[in-house]
Write a new protein. Sequence first.
Lengths: 108, 116
Amino acid sequence: EDQVTQSPEALRLQEGESSSLNCSYTVSGLRGLFWYRQDPGKGPEFLFTLYSAGEEKEKERLKATLTKKESFLHITAPKPEDSATYLCAVGGFQKLVFGTGTRLLVSP
Amino acid sequence: DAGVIQSPRHEVTEMGQEVTLRCKPISGHNSLFWYRQTMMRGLELLIYFNNNVPIDDSGMPEDRFSAKMPNASFSTLKIQPSEPRDSAVYFCASSPPGTFTYNEQFFGPGTRLTVL
């Protein structure tokens, strides 16, 4: 059974304090690993897709990396507007399975 | 581009009543997904359609739930009869042509359902 585990469940950072979010997964035949951002009261917003181990993608202060067992979302010098829940999802042969997310709060 | 449109945004109903949630996907997208999100279980895929055809409904919790996609621009998720444990936020998402697990999905704003 495809599974996704995200850690930590919640993370509080000071503005400018860099950190990483973890997404561990088991899947039968990885077709893609996705990162989404979700703001309160809104639907998830697509950030990145990673397809193979070793791949990296960047967008502003965010950088996503992928290994055969996990993915990291690195946040460099975060700002308060980066506060949100970050969701990881893995696409296997049949379905897209989401993790329960990491709630990030960045304080000024 | 208007994005994925869902209605209503909020629904409060009493146990036993029928509830119908509606979704209009992004024009040109041929895959449509219904999800349910709760604090305990996170985001769960209920059903997805490809070219208006239901492909996998194994996530539908029970026979009280049904979904239809009569055309490329409209889908409904119906719960009959509704129960308090159905209370959740229901999201609709669509994705462009291609194997869906390769394509990013575009989510609507969700419908917050409360069953009393």
